[in-house]
Design a protein around this ligand. Sequence first.
Ligand code: ADP
Ligand code: MG
Ligand code: MG
Length: 898
Amino acid sequence: MARYVQDFSEGGKDQKDLLGGKGANLAEMTRLGLPVPPGFTITTDACRAYMRTGQLPPELRVEVTMAVRRLEDALGRGLGDFHEPLLVSVRSGAKFSMPGMMETVLNVGLNDASVVGLTEFSGDERFAWDSYRRLVQMFGKTVLDIDGDLFADTLDKAKAAKGVDEDVDLDAADLRALVDAFKEIVRTESGREFPQHPREQLDLAIVAVLRSWNTERARLYRRRERIPDDLGTAVNICSMVFGNLGPTSGTGVAFTRDPATGHTGDYGDYLVNAQGEDVVAGIRNTLSLTEMEAADPRAYADLRAAMRRLETHYRDLCDVEFTVERGTLWMLQTRVGKRTAPAAFRIATQLVDEHLITEDEALDRVSGAQLAQLMFPRFDARADRTLLTRGMAASPGAAVGRVVLDSATAQRWAAEGQPVVLVRRETNPDDLGGMIASVGVLTARGGKTSHAAVVARGMGLTCVVGADRLEIDLTARSVTVGDRVVAEGDTVAVDGSTGEVFLGEVPVVPSPVSTYLEQGLDAALTQVAETGEDDATSDLVRSVHRLLTHADEARRLRVHANADTAEDARRARALGAEGIGLCRTEHQFLGERRLLVERVVLAEDDAARDAALAELLPLQRADFTALLTEMDGLPTTIRLIDPPLHEFLPDLTDLAVKVALAEERGQADPQDVRLLAAVRRMHEANPMLGLRGVRLGLTVPGLFALQIRAVCEATADRLADGGHPHAEIMVPLVGSVMEVHLVRDEALRIMAEVGAERGVHLDLPVGAMIELPRAALTADRVAEAAQFFSFGTNDLTQTTWGFSRDDVEAAFFPQYLANGVLTESPFESIDTKGVGRLVRIAVEEGRAARPDLVVGVCGEHGGDPESIEFFDQVGLDYVSCSPYRVPVARLEAGRAAI
Ligand code: ADP
Ligand code: MG
Ligand code: MG
């Protein structure tokens, strides 16, 4: 018989696939002897079975019965009992945490009879009715799909009628009346009575949790976080403990270190006399842990001890959810906590210094994406700024955008290309779409553990929370702070590192981390001192330096840059590039030089062509000399001209109109008429698959020869100046080995010629760009002529999938991502199964034919973290990416190697 249920006491943290993250960690805490209320987990197998069939597997019912009985026996209470009722929570929990995306129902097991039992058992009537009204409310909303506002409004009315502000000011009689009112809502909205039978409550809640895996917002979140849709969620059934049992009870959320800044020392929010989501929902203002310590030193000491235990056990920042019931601590959740990019780097090095992890492990705890975030510019603290208000720094970044007050508006304006800052009292899971659309989020309520903060941190979105002087008026569509009014649509600047919010735009300065990357540690530390930033920032810069240095020591892959100009090359080298993997020469033919190329292409005789080529030669040589000077001593791969012909010719439509208009006036320029005929003749229906790359080079006489000669002469010039040029010639869009042979023969002839003219020996490697499936599949042959390979994975992706990137990305990728044909764009991360397979074949067969074949990649994938891991695995020698991605690639190459 399949097993769909496992008690907390049976599992462990390595079973996340089966038990989900929450279940696995509840089991782990139970094993560690921490105070976890007993319970059991329904495995993700059950969820997958449910998704397949739309029904709970029959064995599950039986297994749940047995597990509930074990629980009842262990606690000496019964589900629905009149005297000592057992209550449970029914909690979602998938392998990867999806904060607030799925459902949880608390207090299952309460009904008209057991609420009396709970009163008796606890001696607190108010508490019993508060628990019951919460159950009806949560059950109505999540299980019966009733609009949650109906309950919330009724609750607000009850408070208003009594003239009080907070839930805790309602007494037992009020709450009892509220239960009746809530039951009435259930009756009218769902057409059924609130179910009194505890087992029916339990079964319905389990189904609701399973179904919550597939809500629209959960799917949206998964797509964004690249979590597969077929994992399913586990369901945790956990006996209830109560934080709403009066002033010695409460509930909270805590981190073992500050997840926003990485500061050492625990950090959290605590709410007295409250249950569950009250803390994160920002309903009342929370206490800090220091205030909790003052209020309840014993529970706090237990919490501290538990957190220390967890941090030692997981050897990482942990976050916990806990409840104190009449002075006794209960642990309800833990996991290795999400953190901001600066916190990730700082915590990783702190843990090394505390001898809790090795440097290799530290490197594994940070990512290239986080490093990229640290390179974003920041607000200039010395600029003239108008402070609007201040909140808590929840997720770093410098966001400038127009204020929007709801999620729908945020999405609409963002779709029109406007940067927007979502301003809300607090956010809830329905705001996810708006948050994704925004450049920053600002809330008036809630702490660093509120929904907005947690979600923004996960997404790397700038966020400030708890700016409590902020009043939001949804009717007037404006925000006020004191007597200052900001209308929806006005621009604000949100600083997620300091918690400050400014009116209007604020100029930005390079981040200290990017200063470090470009100019070194001293320059960065000087900048930190000069701009008056805090120690955390210098600590961060040092952490980045340490981890990047370690990555450089650890990595096997070399990192090159794609750079077309001497200036790009200088920048790339400063950022740590060890060569140029791709110099796109066509960028040197823009502007006035385009006309020279046009003359080469359209030349009616050899003399005209040679004249144009002769004019191009010194220009091109100067480009290469400058490039080789910057890259002295390092490999510099120069790709011969690649783009389709039409990019060098006048636009067909423009020219046709011009000629037609001139003809109408009877004064057509014969030159233009000839040009038009030529452009028509050369017009291609599908230029990306037409006359381009090596095909163009072998068709238009003299073009490649000119470029090769320019490279050779530049090399000779550099040698004469005592330099160490290492130019390499790369042939684009190779499909057949013969193409390489032809270009190579010509290159050898030119090397010999220039060598003789200049009295030097020239031996420049000639290699092939592998960007057509045929080149990959005949790599053994291609390697006979090519001395190196470089994968052009952009074109290889286009030609393997038959996708034209410019056409497909807007046309149907969104649809394909939504329906799961694609889990991510193959242009962002390499499609390892298809395109990657071609890369693998080409590497193996190429090296078999030529053991010293140097192999690299120069598509945009060269700077993509996931792809770098793959390129390391298949044994490439280097990745090449745009200059500003070089540090990211260095870090990721280090992570791939450990
Ligand atoms: P989420 O995944 O959204 O964090 P949880 O399943 O963790 O949802 O439940 C949310 C909150 O409900 C918990 O943080 C805790 O405060 C409360 N809760 C859940 N189960 C129990 C329980 N057995 N006893 C008391 N409170 C609980
Ligand atoms: Mg939780
Ligand atoms: Mg290409």
